[in-house]
Design a protein around this ligand. Structure first.
Ligand code: DAH
Length: 368
């Protein structure tokens, strides 16, 4: 069979192209380069495609053989392409597996150094208990004015408890009454009653400040205030509410309690609540025994306080209470020295701290 010269050149060109294709596909360094090579050869404007388009220029006798040769080349190129693709994909996977290798025999990582501070834990516990009884959380500023911290709470300027409280005063502006760092959370009672509408049922946990420092006192400490105002509230409600609280807080139903008469300017009558305890040489068990531990102050809100916030004492009355959160934490979790709370010692926190994932709830257990 004789071919014309054009066909001969074309078929020779095919051999050269085959060699070129083999080389370019074999050397493609990665899948992207391989794909670029594929487009350059077999794409719509690729070189093999161009060749096929040139078939029309050949003589009709030569066309079938030339067409077959081009198809063969195309098939070979596709096979090479696929082989290279498989090879490169496997290599890429190997590299990735190598890079993302996990040594499962390595020892487990240490528990992170962070933990929930006992003060935060106890605050969350207290909030959980009172929330269940329908109390909302109220807040007030740490820097408080004289009216909210003292006067509205029936503590006039000459009142001795102003001295007792070792107040931190801020530098006053010329001719004004100085602001104070709040000495207790009781001013939040005043803020709540002045801005809202009765009935009220709030607790107010937060920071408080007094110029005092020893094993049981720090200049900054934490309190939680409670306030309930309604039309027919009496001392029985106060006792029921607080007995229920200490039961839930110390997580024992058989806890013994007693109320001792006391004095606070903002309540009348006033009382202090104790829980039973047993002290041994190096242990303190809360809830049983013949000793008593004071846990909070409380009383019926003084009519003068109600008047100071614009409530009519003939219509509205209620009870209030205040407790030291740090002290509650020490009692519940057996932490001996208050000052360690504020030293920021990571070892101490690891020992006394709580897991951030265990939120205190009454149904799941407060401290588990
Ligand atoms: N504010 C008092 C204190 O810091 C605690 C207190 C006592 C608060 C009796 C009250 C209360 O609301 O009724 O010592």
């Amino acid at each position: 069979m004789s071919m014309d010269a054009g066909t001969m050149t074309m078929l020779e060109g095919l051999d050269a192209l085959r060699a070129e294709i083999e080389a370019s596909l074999r050397e493609a360094p990665d899948l992207r380069a391989l794909d670029e090579a594929r487009v350059a050869l077999l794409g719509r404007k690729g070189r093999v495609t161009d060749l096929a388009k040139g078939l029309g220029r050949l003589s009709p006798e030569d066309r079938p053989a030339a067409g077959q040769a081009i198809n063969r080349l195309k098939a070979e190129a596709e096979a090479l392409l696929q082989a290279r693709r498989d090879h490169l994909a496997a290599a890429e996977m190997d590299a990735r597996l190598q890079a993302e290798r996990v040594d499962v025999t390595l020892p487990a990582r240490r528990r992170s150094a962070g933990a929930i501070h006992p003060v935060s834990q106890v605050m969350d516990e207290i909030v959980a208990i009172f929330a269940e009884m329908g109390f909302a959380v109220a807040e007030g500023p740490d820097v408080e004015d004289d009216f909210h911290n003292f006067t509205a709470l029936n503590i006039p300027p000459e009142h001795p408890s102003r001295q007792m409280m070792d107040t931190f005063y801020l530098e006053p502006e010329e001719g004004t009454v100085p602001f104070v760092l709040r000495t207790h959370t009781s001013p939040v009672q005043v803020r709540t009653m002045r801005t809202g509408k009765p009935p009220f049922r709030v607790i107010a946990p937060g920071r408080t400040y007094r110029s005092d420092s020893d094993a049981t006192h720090t200049p900054m400490f934490h309190q939680c205030e409670g306030l309930l105002i309604d039309r027919r509230t009496h001392m029985g409600h106060l006792k029921g509410c607080l007995i229920e609280f200490v039961r839930a807080f110390f997580e024992r139903d058989d806890i013994t309690t007693r109320f001792r008469p006391s004095y606070f300017p903002f309540t009348e009558p006033s009382a202090e609540m104790d829980v039973g305890c047993r002290r041994t040489k190096d242990e303190l068990v809360v809830g049983e025994g013949s000793d008593w531990l004071e846990v909070l102050g409380c009383g019926m809100v003084h009519p003068k306080v109600l008047k100071a916030v614009g409530l009519d004492p003939a219509q509205w009355q209620g009870f209030a209470f205040g407790m030291g959160i740090d002290r509650m934490a020490m009692l519940k979790y057996g932490i001996p020295d208050l000052r360690t709370f504020f030293e920021g010692d990571a070892g101490w926190l690891r020992h006394y701290g709580f897991s951030p994932l265990d939120l205190p709830t009454l149904f799941a257990g407060l401290s588990r």
